[in-house]
Ligand binder design. Structure first.
Ligand SMILES: [Zn+2]
Length: 475
């Protein structure tokens, strides 16, 4: 899942990462209990919709795809699914998601305020002077500047972070951690951010010193290489610090998933379960990693709250990310965005230094005292580009949905799990809202896709488990 607003107050590395955001492509989420959304079935016998008419929740394949769908109306069916969500629940999740629009703005303003404070107060220039005092090594100077910079920026940004990721999540019943375990994880994450960002900054400033005019090209190369490394090592070294991943052993869940993997030539031998309920009540699954470290995992909330058709729908979506090479594609898009972003940054940075450089004590791009200015410009560009970045990701997610529905063949499962996701994503936004703020298709759009697929009534062979069919018993 791409969460641009969540990283706006973070150091520039995270802003760069947020442009790329390929660490994890999360598909679905939500925390509605199964009782609230299960079995809102749609009858295909007549064009009218009868919630509770009995979709089979326990079957391995969707019973819906083999029934008569001649008079099936996808628009009415979509409405009927949406209508199964109780009014108060719908209002609550709308409120939660719309609050996120404002948080986008607050995070941006806080990032701007922190940067302007560090420049105007000359704290940034003092930090640079101190670093130059401590060591004559250029690279060590960057580290000596960067570490206190991250500590100050992180501390100043903490109150909003705390509200957004702790208080608010608890208010909406999405979080499961008490303060201390949560804070401990924040500290671990912050420590990793400081280490990673400092390494990146040492490399970037080496580029800035050597190529004062063309640094934006080489800077983009360095940033993309760095992002690739982060994406590759995250599932192996970072995620295990927060959660436990273990192979799913229940054959009733594992085998149907591996069968879909096999049907799409995905070399998966195992499907993983992650104990996300340690942190959250959200239903989700993800594909993480790149090349050899790619791993498909579903979370324990999903396993507990969803039926097999829903699980298959979600896993087929995640497989779509893998088969359609979304990791590599998003990295490529990121490279383009970063190069354009840094080219614009160069213009703005030079103009700002010409105008305020003396006042702030910033000498030029190779001077670490200009880091808050760099952060300010990058935050602004990411903020302005939010609809564009969301749209790029949303289109990618829609591709995975299309792949998923054709692989899982579970239109009702997809609709049901989409409603569970509606616990934290507005189900039925206006088109403008969807364009600006949605990094996944809205619930309405996803259910409509599933119902359109169902209405098309594609022919399919009857799938009969037998000894000749290796997927039934060989895993
Ligand atoms: Zn996805």
């Amino acid at each position: 899942m791409i969460n641009i607003h969540a990283v706006m107050t973070k150091p520039p590395i995270l802003i760069l990462l947020s442009i790329g955001v390929v660490i994890a492509l999360t598909s679905v989420g939500g925390h509605a209990s199964p009782a609230e959304t299960a079995s809102p079935a749609i009858s295909e016998k007549v064009s009218s919709v009868e919630p509770r008419a009995g979709i089979n929740d326990t079957g391995h394949s969707s019973p819906a795809i083999v029934v008569n769908t001649k008079s099936f109306d996808p628009a009415a069916a979509t409405k009927a699914w949406l209508a199964t969500v109780p009014h108060d629940q719908r209002e609550k999740s709308d409120r939660y998601f719309e609050g996120g629009y404002w948080l986008l703005l607050w995070n941006f303003l806080v990032a701007v305020a922190i940067s302007i404070f560090l420049l105007e107060s000359r704290v940034s220039a003092h930090l640079r002077n101190l670093a130059e005092h401590l060591t004559s090594s250029r690279s060590l100077q960057i580290a000596c500047y960067a570490i206190p910079y991250f500590l100050i920026a992180g501390t100043l940004g903490f109150p909003l972070d705390f509200y957004e990721h702790f208080v608010r999540e608890h208010q909406y019943g999405l979080a499961t951690q008490s303060f201390l375990p949560w804070f401990r994880e924040q500290l671990i994450g912050f420590g990793l951010t400081i280490i990673g960002s400092t390494i990146l900054l040492i490399a970037l400033y080496a580029v800035f010193r050597r190529a004062p005019r063309t640094w934006w090209v080489w800077g983009a190369v360095v940033a993309v290489l760095f992002m690739t490394v982060v994406v590759v090592i995250t599932p192996v070294f970072v995620e295990p610090l927060f959660n436990t991943y273990k192979p799913i052993t229940n054959p009733e869940i594992r085998n149907p998933i591996l069968a879909m993997a096999q049907a799409n030539q995905i070399p998966a031998q195992q499907v993983f379960e992650v104990d996300a309920s340690r942190q959250t009540t959200r239903v989700s699954a993800n594909v993480a990693g790149f090349l050899g470290t790619t791993r498909i995992a579903l979370n324990d909330n999903l396993l507990k709250q969803c039926t097999l058709p829903e699980i298959r729908a979600v896993m087929a979506h995640e497989m779509g990310h893998y088969v359609l090479n979304h990791g590599a594609k998003l990295l490529t898009y990121s490279a383009i965005f970063i190069a354009i972003g840094l080219a614009l940054t160069r213009q703005m940075f030079d103009a700002a230094v010409r105008r305020w450089g003396v006042k702030w004590g910033v000498r030029g791009i190779a001077d670490p005292a200009g880091l808050p200015l760099l952060a300010l410009i990058l935050s602004t560009l990411v903020f302005v580009a939010t609809p564009l970045l969301n749209t790029v990701v949303r289109v990618t997610e829609r591709e995975a949905d299309a792949f998923g529905i054709n692989t899982a063949r579970e239109p009702d499962g997809m609709a049901k799990v989409t409603l569970k996701l509606g616990a934290y994503r507005k189900l039925d936004p206006t088109p403008i809202e969807e364009f600006f703020f949605f990094d996944h298709p809205s619930g309405r759009a996803r259910i409509r896709m599933a119902m359109d697929w169902k209405a098309a009534n594609l022919p399919c062979a009857e799938w009969v488990p037998s000894r000749d069919n290796p997927t039934t018993d060989s895993h």
